[in-house]
Design a protein around this ligand. Structure first.
Ligand SMILES: NC(=O)c1ccc[n+]([C@@H]2O[C@H](COP(=O)([O-])OP(=O)(O)OC[C@H]3O[C@@H](n4cnc5c(N)ncnc54)[C@H](OP(=O)(O)O)[C@@H]3O)[C@@H](O)[C@H]2O)c1
Length: 329
């Protein structure tokens, strides 16, 4: 079956203006692939890195961004088992190609979606929620005796991570840029919230922890915060550097980790925490259960029509959004 598809594409790397709306024909799904008609598409900061051509291998041009979505299976390629036409599925990770009404996807990346969860809720939560799942449960082992610093606490991943950390009994110090985001971070369980554009977050963390420092820092901001994040850790603490919303982190001399207190540093990616099918399904089950049991609440996402993806990118990049952003085809 060949589908006529509407999609957002870019033919050069650059700002939001390089995104444009196109119609094209999508071939039938290949071996091991399923074809999905999207109900909702998740938008993530990684889509901005892809559009700019920064971080990791550049996408070959022209490219369709988008690594997260939910929809209905409309066709099956050869050698696909476990899925049938009409199933509702979600996915995270590559290959990109999600900003489209339809797409082909390796069946190995598709997850069955439990009944009772709205597609918008799933699109708002699967990528950010699975990221928060591995960050809070599998990257660092944390419990009620621990305090952590979480940058961009009111953002997409931040909103999930703060709720899950709170559920683990961890004391959470969040950073945000505006008073409105302070309220959002508090509502998601942050015990303390620092306006990092106004106050020195190192001083605030030391004040809050009586000079001890925190057990872990979750830093997705990168260039603007990385070095100061190291200064917030207690001896043998862990810096989880998982993003670069403000730009890439400068190279670091390993000896710095020793000098600052036998610190651990990890630069994790969701790709490596969901590559194994058993781990991927277990993580999704943990997320869906947490949503069902209200351990994690999914806020109403900010929605844009797929055709307005450029505006959605501009808003996410300019820090005008809080929580999750989704595109509706
Ligand atoms: N490694 C992984 O597996 C993985 C997976 C998913 C996402 N991530 C990373 O996690 C981060 C959050 O992703 P998200 O999609 O949920 O985005 P998001 O947190 O909703 O948006 C990014 C936030 O970062 C903060 N920020 C600080 N400096 C910034 C700057 N110069 N420009 C833009 N934003 C800035 C802003 O919050 P304030 O206004 O409060 O400062 C902004 O809202 C991204 O860095 C992303 O790459 C990593």
């Amino acid at each position: 079956m060949i589908q006529s598809v509407d999609a957002i594409q870019f033919s050069e790397y650059g700002g939001p203006e390089v995104l444009s709306f196109h119609k094209f024909h999508l071939a039938a799904p290949g071996k091991g692939e399923i074809q999905i008609r999207h109900a909702a598409i998740g938008m993530n900061f990684i889509d901005i890195y892809h559009r700019k051509g920064v971080f990791g291998p550049k996408l070959p041009l022209p490219a369709i961004p988008g690594v997260e979505g939910v929809g209905e299976v409309v066709a099956l390629g050869a050698d696909v088992s476990g899925f049938t036409v009409g199933d509702r599925v979600a996915y995270v990770g590559g290959p990109p190609g999600g900003y489209a009404t339809h797409r082909n996807l390796p069946a190995a990346r598709a997850l069955h979606v439990p009944a009772g969860l709205a597609s918008e809720t799933v699109a708002a939560s699967i990528f950010k929620g699975l990221t928060a799942e591995y960050l809070t449960h599998r990257c660092v082992s944390l419990g009620p005796d621990d305090t952590v610093l979480l940058h961009a606490a009111a953002g997409g991943v931040g909103s999930f991570a703060s709720q899950w950390l709170k559920a683990l009994g961890v004391t959470v110090i969040g950073t945000v840029s505006t008073e409105e985001k302070v309220r959002s971070a508090r509502a998601h369980g942050c015990d303390y919230v620092i306006l990092y554009g106004r106050d020195d977050f190192r001083e605030e963390v030391m004040r809050i922890t009586d000079g001890k420092g925190v057990r872990a820092v979750y830093d997705s901001v990168g260039a603007d915060t990385f070095t100061r994040s190291l200064d917030c850790l207690q001896p043998r603490g862990t810096l989880v550097s998982f993003g670069e919303s403000s730009g890439p982190v400068e190279p670091l001399a390993i000896s710095t980790l020793g000098a600052k207190g036998s610190l651990y540093l990890t630069r994790p990616s969701i790709a490596h925490y969901t590559a194994d099918r058993v781990e991927y399904e277990a993580a999704a089950e943990r997320l869906f259960s947490a949503i069902r049991d209200k351990v994690v609440t999914v806020e109403e996402p900010l929605t844009y029509p797929l055709a307005n993806a450029a505006q959605a990118h501009a808003d996410l990049e300019a820090r005008r959004t809080a929580g999750s952003v989704i595109l509706l085809p």
